[in-house]
Write a protein that binds this ligand. Structure first.
Ligand SMILES: C[S@@+](CC[C@H](N)C(=O)[O-])C[C@H]1O[C@@H](n2cnc3c(N)ncnc32)[C@H](O)[C@@H]1O
Length: 294
């Protein structure tokens, strides 16, 4: 075996701070406000680009620096790029030094999600008595009325929350990296087609408004890493509440185990018959200490 084939590929770990989250939100605001042009010389690789000349120069340079800081590495045609995912799109530069960078590229970010294949049967598979019993138990914890609250549904899937609550599409944002799940949601709730974003919580940068209510339904808490929790605190209002569940293991639920007192996380306290590793997440987001914050 050659030395090269033994090499492992390590992904860059991003550790967010409050300042970096704010910079990410501002960067997304700028990227979403600037003109982008379709790259017609490369029709086989559909993408768009924004030119430095349409930006304030300092703002452009600063944006390229932040973009690279918050980016993940992605290999494309044997070359490594730094790619920033934001609200269903991804952005990258060609890698030249900042002062020689002339454009920022953009295209749709596509996620490989096992839920795409699962989505056609998801609602049917979950319509089992023991799951419905869990859902009923969980519902007891949720506020009875979500009217007037600006809702963020993380991992909204096929729309569990919308199946059960009266919600205004203008006050609702559902995010999910699985387009399959989102298609099922829109089939049931067509009025919500413009309230959905196909992206992960890690790539969600909502700069337009803050949320009052965050929902992490049916183990949505598994996807909340420490960076995302810090982000949630900065994109929600002071009194915002968060409800959901996570499993003990595996995934990222250590995030919650570390920061929540046991009476808040133990689903068993709710006398709900769920798997023994299920935990309830319920509380004010501002009450949660966020490990890793500066
Ligand atoms: C078990 S389903 C729950 C769906 C829905 N909330 C419900 O109660 O039926 C988990 C959902 O989380 C989504 N998901 C997976 N990774 C995610 C991430 N990093 N950010 C946001 N959602 C994610 C999946 O695509 C899937 O639709």
């Amino acid at each position: 075996m050659s030395t090269q084939s033994k090499q492992t590929y390590e992904k860059k770990q991003i550790v967010l701070t409050s300042d970096k989250v704010k910079e990410g939100l501002n960067l997304t605001r700028l990227l979403e406000s600037k003109p982008f042009r379709y790259a017609k010389t490369l029709p086989g690789i559909p993408h768009w680009y924004t030119l430095r000349k349409h930006w304030d120069l300092d703002e452009f340079h600063r944006s390229v620096i932040i973009l690279r800081e918050l980016a993940e590495e992605e290999i494309f045609f044997y070359k490594k790029y730094l790619v920033f995912g934001a609200n269903g799109e991804k952005y990258w530069t060609m890698g030249a030094p900042v002062d020689q960078t002339e454009l920022i590229n953009r295209t749709t970010k596509e996620y490989r999600s096992p839920y795409n294949h699962y989505s056609p049967t998801y609602d049917h598979e979950f319509a089992r008595p023991f799951i419905e019993q869990e859902d009923d138990g969980f519902l007891e914890f949720l506020p009875k009325d979500l009217g007037g609250k600006r809702i963020l549904d993380v991992g909204c899937g096929t729309g569990w929350l919308l199946d059960r609550f009266e919600v205004d599409p203008n006050l609702y944002t559902g995010i999910d990296p699985s387009w399959g799940m989102l298609m099922r949601l829109t089939a049931k709730h067509p009025a919500f087609v413009d309230s959905l974003i196909c992206c992960s919580i890690q790539d969600f940068w909502p700069w337009q408004h803050k949320f009052d209510f965050v929902f992490l339904g049916r183990q949505g808490g598994n996807y909340i890493d420490k960076n995302s929790l810090l982000k949630l605190r900065l994109i929600t209002t002071e009194d915002a509440e968060m409800y959901g569940t996570c499993t003990d293991k595996p995934f990222q639920s250590d995030t919650f185990t570390e920061i929540m007192s046991s009476d808040k996380v133990l689903f068993s306290k709710a006398k709900i018959s769920v798997g023994k590793h299920q935990k309830l997440i319920a509380g004010k987001i501002s009450d949660l200490a966020s490990p890793g914050d500066d």
